[in-house]
Design a protein around this ligand. Structure first.
Ligand SMILES: [Zn+2]
Length: 233
């Protein structure tokens, strides 16, 4: 049996269509005069495609957007920590601290809920950027010293599809979400980009150098492919 939602469209739309998204599931859009039995026939005729698509989406569900509410879990180096939201007086902007087993956020008590949430979202993002910059810089310094090479600068960016990149000017760019992944995976991404300071390509000599610093690099690439959808700010 396939669960689906029927949307009756305006009279001007003459054709029927089926769409599937992680947010809405299966939606059948039909003109107003199409009968329920005709809709059911339509769904059955497309059953194989619908099941396949649902399975594909089900394997990689898009996690719900963060709400920044009290008790919500946030990832930091592969571990989830709860966010404690504490309304406080005498502050104009949220204050966020990481206290080893939880994030503690003091929010201005006089702000309405939507403003508290928006402010907290920005505070969390800044926290990830500040800590990411500090820790990724430490890791880059460690591996560049090991290889006795230098780089220009490190930038954390909002990018959706890549984890890191190395420019011709030897600038190292990293995804700002990277520090949500476990340390070993972060190390792999850092190693990958640091190795590009030596080899600006993906030929065997490059992968040999990566492997010399991270013998498990293939497992870490697999981890990123399988878990990237969990890393949300
Ligand atoms: Zn590369």
């Amino acid at each position: 049996m396939i669960n689906y939602k029927v949307v009756r469209s305006s009279r001007r739309q003459l054709s029927s269509s089926i769409s599937i998204t992680p947010e809405s599931g299966v939606v059948v859009s039909v003109p107003p005069w199409v009968s329920l039995s005709a809709i059911e026939k339509m769904v059955q005729a497309k059953a194989d495609w619908i099941r396949k698509t649902l399975a594909r989406i089900g394997a990689y569900p898009r996690p719900d957007a963060k709400q920044y509410t009290d008790g919500e879990k946030h990832l930091y180096f592969g571990e989830e920590y709860p966010l404690a939201v504490i309304p406080a007086t005498g502050i104009a902007t949220p204050r966020l601290q990481f206290l080893y087993n939880r994030f503690e956020a003091k929010v201005p008590a006089h702000h309405p809920p939507h403003k508290q949430r928006k402010g907290l979202e920005e505070a969390v993002l800044h926290w990830y950027l500040d800590n990411g910059q500090r820790i990724i810089t430490e890791k880059v310094n460690f591996f560049t010293k090991l290889l006795n090479i230098s780089y220009n600068r490190i930038v954390l960016k909002k990018v959706s599809s890549i984890w890191g990149s190395c420019s011709r000017k030897n600038n190292l760019n990293f995804n700002r979400k990277l520090i949500m992944a476990p340390h070993k995976v972060v190390d792999y991404v850092v190693i990958h980009e640091v190795c590009h300071l030596v080899h600006h390509h993906h030929r065997q000599s490059f992968w040999d150098l990566v492997k010399s610093l991270d013998p498990d690099y293939k497992a870490h690439i697999r981890w990123l492919k399988a878990n990237h959808h969990l890393l949300t700010i």
